[in-house]
Design a protein around this ligand. Structure first.
Ligand SMILES: [Zn+2]
Length: 145
């Protein structure tokens, strides 16, 4: 894994809590790169960097990701659809824009942002598969996997 040499303390804390216990190296690399992009996008790390990442077989509405903070910002969690995480890590070059969008979107929720109807906004809940218009600019250039 190649990690940036300079880490924010908060993001380092997030990394410690980040990878689901069963995540493989490729999944951990993708999570790290997407969290770095999300931090650059929001200029913040939610929940003081204490974010538990996990997977679930199914999420409400068939979503690929879900953010929760119950009972409060000391218990932040991002849950990814397990199947999607496997698909994304199998071919990150094909799925990176959506994966990076997804993590940035969920971190946005943890920072208090709701959904946007602007199709170029990362908080638009519908990913733009055609033009990638709501893929945050911070997701580029694509990391080397
Ligand atoms: Zn959302």
């Amino acid at each position: 894994m190649r990690y940036p040499k300079v880490l924010s303390l908060a993001l380092a804390a997030a990394l410690l809590a980040a990878a689901p216990a069963h995540a493989n190296r490729q999944q951990t690399t993708m999570l790290w790169a997407a969290m770095s992009a999300a931090e650059r996008h929001w200029h913040a790390v939610p929940c003081g960097g204490q974010i538990a990442m996990g997977t679930a077989a199914a999420l409400p509405g068939g979503a690929r990701g879900f953010a929760s903070w119950d009972p409060g910002p000391t218990n932040c969690r991002v849950t990814l659809q397990a199947r999607y995480l496997r698909i994304a890590s199998a071919d990150p070059r094909a799925t990176w824009p959506m994966f990076c969008y997804l993590i940035t979107h969920e971190f946005g929720h943890l920072l208090g942002y709701g959904h946007s109807a602007d199709p170029s906004d990362v908080m638009d809940p519908v990913f733009d598969l055609v033009n990638w218009s709501n893929t945050p600019s911070e997701c580029w250039p694509m990391p080397r996997f």
